[in-house]
Design a protein around this ligand. Structure first.
Ligand SMILES: Cc1ncc(COP(=O)(O)O)c(C=O)c1O
Length: 360
């Protein structure tokens, strides 16, 4: 049996063990084909079946209407920071961005290269420990972009931002909470997420986009940067990330077998609630995100003393808790409790924190 430790990494992150075991076998032979998953042509029947199942399960889990395309792209969420405005921010229009952390700032800076951007609200004043509640929209934004979960600062929108101007469509970077809870896709124009937290390995990016936006996108961009190209080619314009799509398919099966997105939400709520409760009851640890916008995915906390944080990180790492150090821009600790992180791991972490506190 391979030795595995509690992996609290913010991404690439923990994947379900049963998925990894199945993938291990598929590396040598996908089903009974005698050819490994990484060795199959993307145009061959065996892989086409994988891609079709991945899309079908994705649609089933999230209840994606037929009026949306599901694309498996490359370039990560960072590529979408550029592709969204390149395709959808028309020259006469403005896009409104809600800035809730480092990733939304990056999205803004890429959009500014493509067109007019208006920052409708920002949580920067609170060092992103809270989400802005009010927004000042531009007069007719083409779209409103927000980051549903802020991986670095540990905040998460409980639901879509309110009061979106009529006629604007919603664009969401859901990289770090995609499929962690049910989602009403019909409220969005476009949703994107790098796979490497809740869906699979790095290298594949899920994009769910309304058909009319695909069709109305700019046509003078290089073909590979147009959603239209990828939609027309069924995400096979060029060689797609075949292994990533395969693993995503296995993760989708696993999510379905765990009760779908509502099953995921129940699990995730329970795990996060237990850890926040332990932090709130502790006289050593404090959560950094404001209680009304705490993330279920990334629990960020500190002791209030940088040297003690350092000691905690060192001891926790030695005790088998991987990647518990907070992001370098924030410090402290971060426990990423993505879909695949087991509740036993949360119990073990709480026990370790209590023991550390007693020893202080
Ligand atoms: C919310 C969010 N958006 C975007 C990114 C960037 O993703 P990628 O590295 O896939 O470009 C990350 C990475 O952690 C993220 O957490």
């Amino acid at each position: 049996m391979t030795h595995r430790i509690w992996n609290l990494s913010a991404g690439p992150a923990i994947l379900p063990e049963s998925v990894l075991q199945e993938a291990q076998e598929a590396l040598l032979s996908l089903g009974d084909t005698g050819v490994g998953i990484c060795e199959h042509s993307h145009r061959g029947a065996a892989f086409v079946q994988v891609a079709e199942e991945a899309e079908a399960l994705c649609r089933e889990l999230a209840g994606i209407p037929d009026s949306y395309r599901v694309l498996f792209l490359q370039g990560g969420a960072s590529m979408q920071f550029a592709m969204v405005p390149l395709n959808l921010l028309t020259p006469d229009a403005t896009a409104d961005y809600i800035v809730t952390g480092a990733w939304s700032k990056k999205a803004v800076s890429e959009a500014r290269r493509c067109g007019q951007v208006h920052v409708a609200s920002s949580g920067e004043e609170s060092n992103f420990s809270r989400l802005p509640r009010t927004h000042s929209w531009s007069s007719h934004p083409r779209y409103v972009h927000f980051t549903s979960n802020n991986t670095i600062f540990g905040t998460q929108f409980a639901s879509e931002p309110e009061g979106i101007p009529e006629d604007a469509f919603l664009v969401c970077d859901a990289s770090s909470d995609i499929f962690s809870r049910p989602i009403d896709v019909s409220k969005y124009g476009l949703i994107y997420a790098g796979a490497q937290k809740n869906l699979g390995p790095s290298g594949v990016t899920l994009v769910i986009v309304r058909n009319d936006l695909v069709e109305s996108g700019r046509e003078d961009l290089p073909a590979i940067l147009q959603y239209r190209t990828h939609a027309a080619a069924g995400s096979m314009y060029n060689t797609p990330p075949t292994f990533g799509i395969y693993l995503m398919m296995l993760v989708f099966r696993w999510i379905r077998d765990q009760g779908g997105l509502s099953g995921m939400e129940q699990r995730n709520r329970r795990k996060a609630a237990r850890l926040y409760e332990a932090i709130d009851c502790s006289s050593l640890f404090q959560a950094t995100a404001h209680p009304d916008c705490r993330s279920m995915m990334n629990v960020t906390f500190v002791t209030g003393d940088a040297d003690r944080d350092e000691a905690f990180v060192a001891e926790a790492t030695a005790a088998g808790f991987n990647a518990i150090r907070g992001h370098r821009s924030v410090g402290g600790m971060r426990a990423s409790l993505y879909n695949a992180f087991p509740s036993e791991g949360v119990d073990a972490l709480i026990e370790f924190m209590e023991d550390f506190e007693r020893r202080q």
